[in-house]
Design a binder for this molecule. Structure first.
Ligand code: HEC
Length: 148
């Protein structure tokens, strides 16, 4: 996970460096309303079907089945601490490339951004009027932060 993120971070960090200051000014915090409520609801359905088994119904990394190993949490303080300062593009690319761990590549890009919207919603971020788009360039402008 660390290596994948490091590689992806390199890929996505070089982009903003090469971009104009104007692009950097367009960075948005995930607390500023980057998904819609309907999208988070769709994401919940995807999550329950494809992620919950391992990451837990409460997104806390504790599977319902006590015989299964625990996984990283996908919401709230611990998750946000882990991803602080990274963009949603890094989270999207990591998740799309490696998850669900038992069947990577089984979901569409739309389903992945919907799940991310759900993860943010459970973490306390507010919904707004525009959906999160499965577009790496726009995802790269949304930064994960622990606090509003
Ligand atoms: C079969 C079990 C399983 C399923 C299903 C699964 N995951 Fe995972 N997931 C894992 C494991 C195990 C890790 C830890 C991988 C590592 O550290 O190398 C992980 C790690 C992650 C991480 C990195 C978290 C962090 O902070 O390190 C994200 C994000 C993630 N999964 C998202 C998802 C999403 C979204 C889905 C559903 C589309 C999903 N996973 C489905 C087992 C699973």
């Amino acid at each position: 996970m660390k290596i994948v993120v490091a590689v992806l971070t390199l890929v996505f960090m070089t982009a903003p460096i090469a971009l104009a200051q104007q692009e950097i000014d367009q960075m948005t915090s995930v607390w500023e309303g980057v998904f819609t409520e309907a999208q988070a609801n769709r994401g919940q359905a995807v999550y329950d079907g494809a992620c919950g088994l391992c990451h837990g119904r409460r997104l806390n990394g504790a599977p319902d089945d006590p015989d299964m190993r625990s996984t990283p949490p996908l919401a709230r303080a611990k998750f946000l601490r882990e991803w602080e300062g990274r963009s949603l593009a890094v989270l999207f690319e990591y998740t799309r490339a490696t998850m669900p761990e038992n069947n990577p590549g089984s979901l569409t890009d739309e389903e992945f951004v919907d799940v991310i919207a759900y993860m943010l919603s459970v973490s306390g971020m507010p919904a707004a009027d525009e959906e999160l788009q499965p577009d790496p360039q726009s995802l790269a402008r949304s930064v994960i932060q622990q606090q509003p």
